[in-house]
Design a protein around this ligand. Structure first.
Ligand code: ADP
Length: 334
């Protein structure tokens, strides 16, 4: 495996917006979640009210941002986007709140990254549509109360466990997004291939679905890559052989695991004898932040049964050892 190959289907490399559904009805999968949201939208519209505050959690690429952009469209209200990582003080979040239009939606991505001071500032905003600003210091300090427009806060997080309880409790609605089923991913691939005007057959569609790690964003980025491969190496048609060659070049294996997934399993199996081993030790050995492992790598490996969690740490299953034996250079321990 040479290192001059293109970077693995990068999460950022896809023009996400062009393929994003713009209506709830166009969203594939997550049926129960979508049905509940549909009722909330309908009720809010019938009562001329704003949406409740909604928190979405789940691994990256499953549709949290998409839902946050679709809901205001359904409501016919304005959307303002912010990111928890860049709101480092109450001063920075204030303009977002004061500039909201009536019934508008404020979306805060990575809301678990908000510092405590900003979280606390949000409490009255969410509860009473009001912010309290302290002017001056010491004895001369006074509090100025400022009314806000009625608005809805939509938060997205990959780690709802990291949200403080008081903030979490102020979301009237909390929805968890889970990995997608193969037929749902296949539908996403096929709809998006049509949008892109790329011919693709059914076997290639299911092959892409199988290799997408249960994640629509990955399905889209693989589709882009395979399309480019088909244009460059073929006549632009996506066939099964083109699909397999293109995916091999991206080092996505038959189970949909990428390089990082396999490195994780190889580390657990070859360095730690299959475990059990704590996540911090695995992360340190891989030289990767342990949050990346727990938020992006492990959820899929757990769901597919490649690893299990025990009180003593993570353990590789026999499925993982078989898989490495078949696909990887690492030799499983005897
Ligand atoms: P997140 O915010 O959870 O990281 P996004 O909302 O950015 O994920 O989703 C990534 C991409 O996946 C979107 O641009 C969209 O094209 C696609 N996608 C996500 N969910 C769906 C869905 N339910 N149906 C169709 N496409 C989806």
């Amino acid at each position: 495996t040479s290192s001059s190959q293109p970077v693995p289907a990068a999460k950022e490399s896809v023009p996400d917006d062009s393929l994003r559904p713009s209506k709830l009805a166009d969203m594939i999968g997550q049926r129960a979640v979508i049905e509940r949201l549909d009722i909330l939208v309908d009720a809010a519209r019938k009562q001329a009210e704003c949406l409740p505050h909604i928190l979405f959690d789940g691994p990256p690429g499953l549709g949290k941002t998409t839902l946050a952009t679709v809901l205001p469209k359904e409501m016919g209200v304005e959307l303002t986007l912010a990111s928890g990582a860049s709101l480092s003080s109450p001063k920075e979040i204030m303009p977002y709140l004061t500039n909201l239009t009536d019934h508008g939606v404020l979306f805060i991505d990575e809301i678990h990254r908000l510092p405590k001071s900003v979280e606390e500032f949000l409490y009255t905003a969410m509860e009473d549509f009001r912010i309290d600003i302290v002017l001056g210091e010491g004895l001369g300090a006074r509090t100025l109360s400022m009314p806000l427009k009625r608005f809805s806060l939509i938060g997205a997080t990959t780690r709802s466990g990291m949200l403080s309880a008081p903030l979490r409790d102020r979301f009237q609605v909390r929805e968890h997004l889970d990995f997608y089923e193969l037929d749902e991913l296949a539908r996403i691939v096929s709809i998006n291939a049509r949008k892109l005007g790329v011919p693709i057959d059914e076997t290639s569609t299911s092959e892409l679905a199988r290799r997408s790690r249960g994640t629509p964003r990955i399905a889209n980025s693989l589709l882009f890559w395979v399309r480019n491969f088909a244009i460059s190496r073929g006549d632009g048609t996506i066939t099964l052989s083109i699909t397999r060659q293109a995916l091999e070049m991206q080092q996505v294996d038959i189970a949909g695991l990428d390089k990082q997934d396999r490195r994780y399993l190889e580390t657990l199996v070859s360095v730690f004898g299959g475990g059990p081993r704590g996540i911090d030790a695995i992360a340190a050995t891989m030289n990767i932040p342990s949050e990346t492992l727990s938020e992006e790598v492990e959820p899929f490996l757990l769901r597919e049964g490649f690893i299990i969690r025990t009180p003593q740490g993570r353990r590789a299953t026999s499925k993982a050892i078989d898989h490495l034996g078949r696909s990887g250079p690492a030799s499983p321990p005897g």
